[in-house]
Design a binder for this molecule. Sequence first.
Ligand SMILES: [Fe+2]
Ligand SMILES: [Fe+2]
Length: 425
Amino acid sequence: MKTQSNRGKKLRRATPRVRQPARARTAAIDIDANRRLLNRYRFVAHEGMLILAGWLPKAETFELKCEMGRALWESAQHVNALFLRLREIQSPAFQKPSDPALVTLLAELLHAPDEFSLALALYRVVTPSLIRALESHETATFPNSDQPSVHVIKHALLDLRAQLERIEPLLVQAEQAGKITAAARAWEKYARRLLAAAGGISGLEERAPAPASAPACRVTFQAPREAGRDERFTNRAADFSAMPPEEAYQEHTVEEFERYSTEMLAAETVALVMFLVKGMPWEFQYDTARHIYDEVRHCLMGYEWMRGHAMDPFQSPQYLHVFKWRSQFPPVMQYCMLTMGNEVHAFPYRHRRVEAHQKSGDRLSEQFVRYDIADETQHVRFGNRWLPELIKLVGEKRPLKQYTADVIKVWEEEYRTGKLTLNVE
Ligand SMILES: [Fe+2]
Ligand SMILES: [Fe+2]
């Protein structure tokens, strides 16, 4: 009996029933659905990034403008991570989603009536829905087979939740200050209806009928030619004044960091370039996103320094005519002026400043400038990498060397001498 029973057990062991692990059995997302979903998230992050680029110069509220620059760069990180994953499961990696309702939602967001309308639509409608889609994807996909997607999703979620935590207080503040207009509310509602028509960012929610028309508050977006500043900035159109000589260490350093606080102008120009230039490879947009965010950080570095020295950065001259002047030129020329003009030429001065700060034992200033040099080195590298492709893209006939020399001549004559010519548009 004993032997038979053992034999029976052995037999049962020899023909095991194939049992699937619980998660694999219930995974709701198969590989085709996965590809479709990742493609939707990539599209939302990518279009969102471009919308922020268009709006960054236009936005007036300083804190919101800075958050836009950061969110733009974080979106670029998400697009890049999704691109690296998508190219493993679809070709080409970048594909326009086949859902016209989602495409319409992202196309419409750009035409918000003002910056708070845009922020309400992005941060109270679209981003929360993207977060819900990612959260559900994270647990609904095959945990082992699709781990590379889970990795991307987990990291994007960290950023997106933190964005809402930073931006929501700005929206509440705007509400309390009466800056959220009826038009902004109408716009938020419109975005919500467009999202519902797309079945949410995932497209998996029950769909509502699309709104028959846009609300009357819709404003067809125009690329900004002027940089926005809120009412706290009172000194907008000052001309560049001569800086105290470098030998006057204290006075010069104050001016040096006050100038950093105005580097938003560079972020605004690069954002405009990103928004206007179509048809470049993804890596160009990726580098440009970093360039934009670096300049926002340089500006904030100036703010931090000034506040640490009991100065009010909102009193600094804003030199807004610099953006206006640059924006009258074609975007490739603006990019060339910035990278091959302003940025290339700043290095000898910056290195002298590092030395001066070291000599005077001013560690904070020294560190700030050294980080700035590290970023600016990349910006020049971006310029060298992309200008040859940019001039090809726009059909420029002059060789790169000649083109750059001609652009720098304009920059020398008009910017460096402070004579900024504003052509009548
Ligand atoms: Fe900078
Ligand atoms: Fe720069």
